[in-house]
Design a binder for this molecule. Structure first.
Ligand SMILES: Cc1cc2nc3c(=O)[nH]c(=O)nc-3n(C[C@H](O)[C@H](O)[C@H](O)COP(=O)(O)OP(=O)(O)OC[C@H]3O[C@@H](n4cnc5c(N)ncnc54)[C@H](O)[C@@H]3O)c2cc1C
Length: 462
């Protein structure tokens, strides 16, 4: 299988496209690679997750089942269902086994540490929580590297990074309101932050108090250390986008890291930013940032998503009486995604591996658009453009892409049940519309299970 994929990838580099465009079929034929038990679990879990009360009251239900059944039995049920479907495991060995299974199916790991500071949680005091998170991120870098090394494939690994695990949401809010004030560009430019990261010298920012200045310096140091370690271990860091009330600060920090780590001589881009197509200003921002990278001679990495926090963004705008930053409807978000995708594919086409893109979407049309344009532009299947989907979601899309030779990453959270379940429930609440929209996947899973149980012959491969 490995050999077949390598051949396909090498053939795809052979030059301009010849013959007709052959679309991939996301019809579930790739499910033949999965066991009946895996398909049955996926169908059960996706059906449960599409049931709104379970997602809304997930945390309360978990606490209730622990009290009623005891933590052992309720833990076993979760392990056999939601945790087993969406999480790689708790120990390094469990993660490794999960990743080996993915690799056997032509998929790659995008490891994600499930740590973040929820905006409405009590702010963490002291630096120790963030320092512990840094240690977890460093271990994740090592794990990401070792997962690629043991698979025997060369090349770089990718992992997700959440800035709010290393810098407080409160600081990010302060920096965001500062970036929105006019005439503030010289005091906290990406270059100045990059210099402070590199030299470790104390940065004094006029609009922050002494404690905030201290926390900023410590946060810069954490970001610097994780990026330095990632670069040394050949792991690319894909920084998550979060809420609009902190995103400008996250982008500023990513821009500072990019100054230091995304120069072509370092083999970058090592630090990528995430662009959420559901925001009205995203196409404009992406256009500007891509051009800035070209102007400054830096490499540029983008994870393109539709965006996960729609309901919360709209609620905050309503409560604060401010303008809703999101697109008016689903179609507008999809148009925005399509324009951003086109923009980035054209950059990749013109600037080659200086620009990298992850098409992080479960949407079949977006994936079709990306594969078709890659073919038209002659972009190699396993080059600077890759695809990303969540572990346990849309396997019919991931498997079809992987089997055709595209670089496909499954975002895999790992950790103990206690750490990961609250994180999963929050993600399920944020991705409510996606889970409810997974009906096609459910119907394909159900068809494949029926076919197996009735002993019918397999679907013709795509
Ligand atoms: C590898 C990976 C990394 C990710 N990283 C991030 C990240 O850093 N930050 C982040 O925010 N998300 C992230 N996500 C989550 C991602 O945003 C969701 O998976 C995505 O929104 C679902 O979109 P889709 O293209 O898969 O599917 P679709 O089902 O086609 O789209 C659903 C999305 O459309 C949008 N939408 C739905 N209804 C409306 C409406 N009425 N008006 C406007 N827009 C609407 C929403 O964004 C919704 O999530 C990541 C996902 C993956 C796979």
């Amino acid at each position: 299988m490995m050999l077949l994929r390598t051949c396909r990838a090498l053939c795809s580099r052979a030059g301009p496209p010849s013959g007709d465009w052959q679309p991939l079929h996301f019809d579930g034929s790739a499910f033949h690679l999965k066991s009946t038990a895996e398909l049955a679990r996926a169908l059960l879990v996706l059906r449960l997750c599409a049931w709104p009360p379970l997602v809304t009251h997930g945390l309360a239900l978990q606490a209730w089942s622990q009290r009623l059944l005891g933590s052992r039995l309720s833990g076993a049920i979760l392990r056999a269902s939601m945790y087993g479907q969406f999480v790689a495991g708790e120990t390094t060995e469990e993660v490794r086994t999960c990743v080996q299974q993915l690799q056997g199916l032509g998929l790659r790991p995008l490891v994600a540490v499930p740590i973040e500071e929820e905006p409405d949680s009590t702010p963490k005091t002291g630096e120790s929580w963030y320092e512990d998170n840094l240690s977890a991120m460093m271990r994740c870098v090592d794990l990401s590297r070792s997962l690629v090394e043991t698979s025997g494939t060369a090349g770089n690994s990718l992992m997700q990074l959440r800035v709010t695990a290393l810098a407080s949401t409160r600081l990010c809010k302060e920096l965001t309101s500062w970036t929105r004030r006019s005439g503030s560009s010289s005091e906290l430019s990406p270059e100045r932050l990059a210099e402070a990261m590199d030299s470790g010298q104390n940065l004094q920012v006029s609009f922050l108090n002494a404690e905030q200045n201290w926390h900023l310096q410590a946060s810069l140091s954490r970001l610097h250390r994780v990026a330095q370690h990632a670069q040394a271990r050949h792991v690319r860091l894909l920084v998550d986008a979060e809420y609009t009330f902190i995103n400008p600060a996250l982008s500023l920090l990513v821009a500072a890291l990019a100054v230091r780590w995304n120069s072509p001589r370092e083999g970058g881009p090592w630090v990528w930013n995430t662009y959420q197509a559901y925001l009205q200003d995203t196409h404009e921002r992406l256009t500007r940032d891509a051009e800035d990278a070209h102007r400054t001679g830096l490499t540029f990495g983008v994870k393109l998503v539709r965006g996960a926090y729609l309901e919360k963004e709209r609620m905050v705008a309503r409560l604060q009486g401010t303008k809703d930053p999101t697109q008016p409807d689903y179609e507008a978000t999809s148009r925005s995604y399509s324009r951003c995708l086109e923009l980035m594919l054209n950059h990749v086409n013109h600037r080659g591996s200086m620009y990298h893109l992850m098409v992080a979407s479960h949407n079949e049309e977006s994936v079709h658009q990306a594969t078709k344009r890659m073919w038209e532009l002659g972009i190699p299947l396993d080059g600077p453009v890759c695809f990303g989907q969540l572990l346990g979601m849309c396997d019919h899309v991931s498997l079809a892409l992987g089997q055709a030779g595209y670089a496909v990453y499954k975002s895999i959270p790992y950790g103990s049940l206690e750490e990961v379940i609250p994180y999963l429930i929050r993600r399920a609440q944020e991705n409510r519309s996606v889970l409810q929209g997974a009906r096609r996947e459910q119907s394909l899973l159900s068809q494949e299970l029926q076919r197996r149980l009735l002993g019918q012959s397999p679907r013709a491969p795509y």
